[in-house]
Design a protein around this ligand. Structure first.
Ligand code: ZN
Length: 306
């Protein structure tokens, strides 16, 4: 019998928990995130207890968080949920749950989920891309997350857009203090800004896609610029990391035909005459974060015997 894996996704508005038996989801529950540290701790502990009661067995616990965990001190840093910053979340959970607990940044959970049993399954090196209100990413090699010395492995959102054209310079200002970051072009708000800058018309990404479908040339041109820029951004990743597969995630990954358009747009910028990099849309969608948290305890490691 396979032991269950519990995955917890600690989000800014909700905490979601699942139980996986192999790749199969057996149980899921979500609660509203308390906006303080003690409350968040208690909510996670209660959620684990609820899942284990429902499943009738004990599981491993992995937690995805919207921030980074310092490998040196074990405390949370750079979290959007500011009440977690500087707190020893991992140690506190281990004490209350009476077992080792693994924590990981949510972008890394996304790529781990897709690398384990999603769009990147069966490939050695996976680059997971998040294209949403922000742009992020993560790297797995052999189904292990490459965290990196500064905990920013795979974070390509604040590199400058590569091979810029004159009209793209210096690029829109970014919240990080720089200008022309990949994120300022490739996030949802980035595409909306680009459409407005070229046409003077404010449209949502959804409206841009609908208009392009209906034959609107301006909207079509906005999509074409987006594809070209994403292709350039990812070609720079390929030239450095050369992953076997790139998995697209986040709300913008739902753009129709994106994976095909990007694979084509990447090609002229990759330093190789043959480009075999596979580009795929994610399989697990919104569940990738919580599934990846569960997979922080991978197959080859048996559940701890407490
Ligand atoms: Zn930036």
């Amino acid at each position: 019998m396979t032991a269950i894996r519990i995955g917890i996704d600690l989000g800014g508005t909700k905490i979601e928990g699942i139980a996986l038996a192999g790749s199969e989801e057996r149980f899921r529950h979500r609660v509203t995130t308390p906006r303080d540290y003690e409350g968040s701790l208690a909510a996670i502990v209660d959620l684990v207890a609820l899942i284990e009661h429902a499943m009738g067995e004990r599981g491993t616990v992995g937690v995805g968080i919207p921030g980074m965990i310092s490998q040196r001190t074990g405390v949370v840093k750079n979290a959007n949920s500011t009440w977690l910053i500087g707190k020893p979340l991992g140690a506190a959970l281990e004490e209350r749950l009476g077992r080792p607990v693994r924590l990981m940044n949510d972008a890394n959970c996304f790529v781990l989920s897709e690398a384990t049993d999603g769009a990147g399954a069966g490939y050695d090196c996976v680059f997971g891309v998040i294209l949403g209100t922000g742009v992020g990413g993560g790297i797995t090699i052999g189904r292990r997350v490459h965290v990196g010395a500064n905990l920013i492995g795979g974070e390509w959102g604040h590199n400058p857009l590569p091979w810029p054209q004159p009209a793209e310079l210096p690029g829109p200002p970014c919240y990080c203090g720089r200008q022309g970051c990949n994120e300022t072009f490739l996030s949802g708000p980035g595409m909306e800004h680009d459409h407005r800058a070229h046409t003077g018309v404010s449209r949502s990404t959804h409206e841009i896609v609908q208009a392009a479908r209906a034959g609107d040339a301006d909207a079509g041109a906005t999509l074409a610029r987006y594809h070209d820029r994403l292709g350039r951004g990812l070609a720079a990743v390929v030239n450095l990391l050369d992953p076997d597969v790139i998995v697209l995630g986040g709300g913008m990954s739902n753009l129709p035909g994106l994976e095909r358009a990007v694979a084509e747009a990447m090609r002229p910028h990759v330093f190789s005459d043959v480009v075999d990099t596979v580009v795929r849309r994610n399989v697990h969608g919104d569940s990738s974060g919580v599934r990846g948290a569960a997979w922080l305890w991978p197959d080859e490691e048996p559940a701890p015997a407490h």
